[in-house]
Write a protein that binds this ligand. Structure first.
Ligand code: GLV
Length: 320
């Protein structure tokens, strides 16, 4: 019987499938496992189902021991996992691509709408009981039709966001490290350009790239300065892709018009300069947070563990 550690509460019933044939340690708590606890509990397990706030590094792998065969991350992003350290120890790493594409693209589009129409501030106004009344000139945002959305990172989620924006009448620019799917580009009538052009031409820049050493602070002071003063920045990827201090400075000096953020540099800490601004919309990293999507993510992670433990190939391996 293999030993499996699940570090946090999973939605749905996927842990039952693990418990059926394996010795399961399930931490049925809706919060990250404290590091000290994690290092103790991981000792001797064959598989770990981890969440994106668990740091899977050499220390954790050594604490687990050489019998560890698979780390299944319940996320599409895997910047919390040291892939080289896993490869050195022959530990398979898996993620959950595909199943969260629509949910995350929905949130990106929601942030596009919320930031361009100032809906965060508008909602707060009603909620706080501040006097308001209908007027022709109150709460004016900007329209999306005919405006340009720049997608940085045109993978599955970036392209799904672009398709939504297209339905709202936006023109699409795409930029990324690898060439986007040609048919998708044609379907969108999109242009593939460099980052400087995306920054210069877009009315909304939406970030969808993974966090890697190359994309850390991809959007910093110079990039923000290169954007239109009327433009908005949306980030549903990973917080450190944006230099948060530079973003606050750019908003303060009017270099860009607003931002919609679902992710932050030091989650759950949010830069105080963002908290007090009315031109930003702040969500608590909920890109994939629907019942259906989170259940599908948990199922896929468990399927990956079961496949590896039974000697088969993982369904969605991450290749470093
Ligand atoms: C969520 O942020 C994910 O990477 O799945």
């Amino acid at each position: 019987m293999a030993r499996v550690l699940v570090t946090a509460r999973l939605p749905g019933h996927s842990t039952e499938r693990l418990a059926a044939d394996h010795d399961l340690t399930y931490r049925d708590v809706d919060a990250p496992m404290p590091r000290d606890d994690l290092l103790v509990r991981v000792a001797g397990v064959d598989a770990v189902v981890a969440v994106l706030v668990d740091r899977v590094d050499a220390e954790l792998l050594d604490a687990a021991g050489s019998q560890l065969r698979v780390v299944a991350n319940v996320a599409v992003g895997y910047d919390n996992v040291d892939l080289a350290a896993c490869a050195e120890r022959d530990v398979v790493v898996t993620n959950t691509p595909g199943v969260l594409t629509d949910a995350t693209a929905d949130i990106a589009m929601a942030l596009v709408l919320m930031t361009t129409r100032g809906l965060g501030a508008a909602e707060r106004r009603v909620r706080t009981g501040e006097p308001w009344g209908w007027s022709l000139t109150g709460h004016l945002g900007t329209s999306l039709r005919g405006r340009t959305l720049g997608i940085v990172g045109p993978g599955a989620i970036g392209l799904a966001t672009a398709r939504r924006a297209k339905a709202f009448g936006m023109e699409i620019l795409l930029t990324g490290r690898s060439e986007p799917d040609r048919r998708a580009v044609e379907g969108l009538g999109a242009l593939v350009v460099g980052l400087p052009e995306v920054l210069r031409e877009s009315d909304v820049v939406s970030l969808h790239c993974p966090l890697t050493p190359e994309t850390r602070h991809l959007i910093a002071a110079d990039e923000l300065r290169a954007m239109k003063r009327t433009a908005h920045l949306v980030n549903t990827s990973r917080g450190p892709v944006v230099d948060e201090g530079a973003l606050v400075a750019a908003l303060e000096s009017g270099e860009i018009a607003g931002a919609g953020l679902d992710v932050y540099e030091e989650e759950p800490h949010v830069h105080p300069g963002l908290l007090q601004r009315d031109d930003v919309v702040l969500l608590p990293h909920v890109g994939s947070a629907t019942v259906e999507t989170r259940s599908a993510m948990a199922d896929l992670a468990v399927d990956n563990v079961l496949a590896v433990l039974s000697g088969g190939d993982p369904l969605s391996p991450v290749r470093g």
